[in-house]
Design a protein around this ligand. Structure first.
Ligand code: AMP
Length: 415
């Protein structure tokens, strides 16, 4: 019986993996340039980490987590997001004691049991970054500048950044109450999910796609910000404006998780259909303390790699080969096999095929692979201690001594 991949879990095949590599390498380069260091955290954590970090009443924790009991009864969860794990690692390893600010980035698979559709999978990948230890609006602005630089580096012209402020423990409760009252008064017209949200998590009413039209006049957080949050938000936006980083205010954006405060943002891109968010993030000043760490502020983002790939829509050509080695016959094959190893050691990207093929079929294969040069290793050349180097573009041939350094020199000269 044929065994297929699990629903919502997909293979990323050659042709697409090249795009992934380019995305990941560009991200690494940029993040390292901005002072971030990579952190690798486990794919499995205790369930309570996510329940406490994201909030019991969030969609992720309520409906989407892959949770199972280990044999000793511990409730474990495949991580649905990266921030909770990074903060757990930050606290557990005492990173706050090492330096006043920790700038960390990660790349990795996340798991959410959502209904699969275009751009939505049950295993997906994120590139994320977190800054722990700085409350300053400059840090929020710097994150968004970094993201704008990243999209520019990728040539992703359609990415749009939306921004909002979610206030803080001082100003959000009053807003939350105002919104709760607003939703309560319209209970009959709102969907079943929103009815549940009214008491438990009224902010999420603004997130509801079904009720969006019905709540257009709902109160919004930016009108309720305390002086400190208002000033923070103004400064973030002024810094971005000064850097000509375009951001759109979206006063209805609430983000899915409870831990966000102050700056929140989402990045959307054209042409992705319903799942048009390619990333999101924001500030989470209370999270480290709520997970048992010191009172340290934080801010971060996560980008969805699958959606970035979809938004880019450029198939990447596989890297061409420098050299194709074509042995003609058995004795030549063994010698060519060793030569191939030596040439690869010299840094050439090289392919070799078995010797029992005609020169014509070797050349066809070399052409298909886009090899720039073919090394023809035949018995005759072998007895002379040479190889023939055929330039596939110029259609020229020359003979070179059968040793790796001379061949590399000849190839480099001809390139
Ligand atoms: P979130 O923290 O939910 O805003 O996720 C951050 C980013 O991860 C989103 O903007 C998406 O690009 C990506 N993402 C989240 N969930 C999925 C999913 N189920 N499949 C693919 N990408 C996802």
């Amino acid at each position: 019986m044929k065994i297929n991949a699990v629903k919502g879990f997909r293979d990323v095949l050659p042709g697409e993996t090249e795009v992934w590599s380019r995305l990941e390498e560009a991200a690494r380069r940029l993040l390292i340039g901005y002072g971030y260091a990579e952190i690798r955290v486990p794919a499995v954590e205790r369930r309570e980490l996510f329940a406490r970090a994201a909030g019991e009443t969030t969609d992720i924790v309520e409906k989407q987590m892959y949770t199972f009991d280990d044999v000793d009864g511990t409730s474990l969860t495949l991580r649905p997001e990266g921030t909770a794990s990074v903060v757990r690692a930050y606290i557990e390893n005492g990173l706050h004691g090492r330096e006043p600010v920790s700038k960390l980035f990660y790349l990795g698979a996340m798991f959410r049991r959502e209904r699969p559709q275009k751009g939505r999978f049950r295993q997906f990948h994120q590139i994320g970054a977190e800054v722990l230890g700085r409350e300053d609006p400059l840090v929020d602005a710097e994150l968004l500048v970094l993201l704008a630089e990243y999209f520019a580096a990728l040539g992703l012209a359609t990415a749009r950044i939306e921004i909002n402020s979610l206030g803080c423990a001082a100003c959000r409760p009053a807003y939350r109450e105002e919104l709760r009252r607003y939703a309560e008064a319209r209970k009959q017209t709102l969907c079943a999910d929103c009815n549940r949200r009214i008491e438990r998590n009224p902010l999420r009413v603004l997130d509801c796609k079904l009720d969006a039209e019905r709540t257009l006049d709902a109160p919004v957080m930016v009108d309720f910000l305390c002086a400190a949050c208002g000033e923070h938000f103004r400064t973030v936006r002024a810094l971005l404006a000064a850097e000509s980083v375009a951001v759109t205010l979206n006063p209805r954006m609430v983000r899915g998780l409870d831990y966000y405060c102050r700056t929140a943002f989402e990045i959307v891109a054209e042409g992705l259909g319903a799942q048009n968010a390619i990333g999101g993030g924001g500030r989470y000043d209370g999270l480290v303390a709520s997970l048992g760490g010191p009172s340290v502020p934080g801010v971060g983002f996560a980008l969805g790699v699958e959606r970035l790939v979809l938004a880019l829509r450029v198939p990447e050509a596989a890297a061409p080969f420098d050299v194709f080695v074509a042995p003609l016959g058995d004795p030549a094959e063994a010698r060519a096999f060793r030569l191939a190893r030596e040439l690869r050691r010299e840094g050439l990207r090289l392919e070799i095929e078995p010797g029992r093929k005609s020169l014509k079929s070797h050349l066809r294969r070399a052409d298909k692979l886009g090899a720039a040069f073919v090394l023809i290793v035949g018995d005759e050349e072998l007895s002379r201690g040479t190889v023939v180097i055929r330039d596939m573009r110029g259609q020229r041939q020359l003979e070179a001594p059968l040793d790796a350094p001379s061949i590399v020199r000849a190839v480099r000269r001809a390139q």
